[in-house]
Design a protein around this ligand. Structure first.
Ligand SMILES: *Cc1c(COP(=O)(O)O)cnc(C)c1O
Length: 229
């Protein structure tokens, strides 16, 4: 077993323990390995250990890896800040986008998604901590934007995503995740079909799972510390 695959197993064990502690089935929680800043070689190693879904934050870097590793048929998730001039490249290369927070971006992704590909799976990114500097639509504006996304033919709205302000305290970590889950429940009560709550990173995956996460995005706990954020 390589060091990387041992770390992957350790993260899987953490997810299983967290699921067990709140009585959830482990197979309701997907692990997204966040490979940003790490070379294709590392992705290849994790793929050999059974990891299929990878997350990238930088468009050009992500597309280089997707191109190089095409034969492995992995699932690629874009999780970074998305600028309008990069939407076409993302719509053509990725399977998922977690960071949709404006109608204009969503419209471009839908228009630019190639007809030969299935609709792009997207999450609406919500600013649950209310920090002015952070990306994401406000909790108040999220329902209308979610509804608008469902009308776009080449997008499939899968759920919600959040990156809360970091905290070392479990109870503090839970609070924003609970807000996201409650928003998701309200949207589902209004008739939206959502199956994804993209929440939880290396330092707070236990809190996210306790609050209903269906997809945790894990970089550092698998790959180690990044040199750039
Ligand atoms: C980098 C990143 C992650 C992974 O964070 P770690 O703390 O390294 O696990 C998850 N989600 C997003 C949106 C990121 O940009």
């Amino acid at each position: 077993m390589t060091i990387l695959s041992a770390k992957l197993q350790a993260v899987r064990a953490r997810i299983a323990r967290a699921a067990g502690q709140c009585g959830r089935a482990v197979d309701t929680i997907q692990l997204l390995a966040v490979s940003k800043t790490w070379p294709a070689m590392q992705v290849r190693e994790l793929a050999a250990a059974g990891q299929r879904a990878f997350g990238e934050s930088y468009v050009r870097e992500g597309i280089e890896k997707i191109t190089e590793l095409r034969a492995l048929q992995l699932e690629w998730h874009f999780i970074g800040v998305l600028q309008t001039n990069k939407t076409r490249a993302v719509a053509e290369a990725f399977d998922w986008v977690h960071s949709v927070d404006r109608l204009e971006i969503a419209q471009r992704l839908s228009e630019q998604r190639p007809a030969s590909l299935p609709p792009l799976s997207v999450c609406l990114q919500v600013n649950v901590s209310g920090e002015a500097s952070k990306g994401g639509v406000s909790l108040a504006a999220a329902p209308a934007l979610a509804q608008a996304l469902t009308a776009l033919p080449k997008l499939r709205l899968r759920g919600l995503m959040a990156i809360p302000a970091p905290s070392d305290d479990f109870v503090e970590q839970c609070r924003p995740f609970r807000l996201l889950r409650e928003l998701s429940e309200r949207l589902q009560a209004n008739g939206l079909l959502l199956d994804t709550l993209s929440m939880g990173m290396s330092h707070d995956l236990e809190a996210a799972i306790a609050e209903g996460s269906t997809l945790v995005r894990i970089g550092t706990a698998i790959f180690g510390e990044r040199n750039r954020a």
